[in-house]
Ligand binder design. Structure first.
Ligand code: HEM
Length: 172
């Protein structure tokens, strides 16, 4: 189908299909759906994090590549596809299913969840910052150094470690 030929269209279809699958699982399994939703949530988290750890690595190389060079043009395509096909849909699925679990099991009254939520907002802000950087690199207007992006690479790593400890150990 012609409409499915762009990466963004395929990503949108993938996102919608996953949400429909999650809704069907919830309707069909009732209370037993929780563990299935959690499994899909973790899969989406893995995809989101893979992208969030890889994208700033590409920015490190891109910041040092001359504008208009073959390397710079190749990195533009890699960054844009990674963001639109993997990172954005994975973030949408992670949020949708995470919020459903928080509502279903009333986790929003627990301390660990509130702390996790704050860190997930920070992760989403990093996501927004990286999305803006993809646009800046695409128009050859990035002003940040390779050193800056090397440091930014650590932000999702540190947030991810803290989030996983909070949700698995539930220390408070
Ligand atoms: C985007 C917003 C998010 C919300 C609202 C959310 C919410 C939740 C909730 C309510 C659970 C179920 C906890 C349980 O049943 O014990 C859960 C599970 C989990 N979440 Fe998230 N989450 C989000 C993002 C993330 C992120 C960014 C990560 C990792 C970096 C993550 C990692 C996990 C893991 C590993 C589990 C499984 C924990 C277990 O079964 O012991 N989540 N999430």
């Amino acid at each position: 189908m012609e409409v499915l030929q762009t990466p963004a269209a395929r990503a949108a279809v993938g996102l919608i299909a996953t949400v429909i699958a999650a809704v069907l699982i919830i309707l069909y399994l009732g209370d037993e759906a929780y563990d299935w939703v959690k499994a899909i949530h973790v899969v989406a988290v893995i995809a989101w994090m893979a992208g969030m750890l890889y994208l700033p690595r590409l920015f490190v190389y891109h910041a040092d590549a001359a504008a208009g060079s073959e390397l710079s043009e190749t990195l533009k395509v890699m960054e844009s596809r990674l963001l639109r096909i993997i990172i954005n849909p994975a973030m949408g699925i992670t949020w949708a299913l995470g919020l459903w679990m928080a509502w279903h099991a009333s986790w929003y009254t627990s301390g660990w969840f509130i702390a996790k939520f704050v860190l997930v907002i920070a992760m989403s802000a990093a996501h927004g910052h990286f999305s803006a950087a993809v646009r800046h690199f695409a128009s050859d207007s990035n002003q940040k150094s390779a050193r800056y992006w090397r440091m930014m690479n650590e932000v999702p790593t540190v947030l991810m470690i803290a989030i996983v400890i909070l949700v698995v150990v539930k220390p408070f």
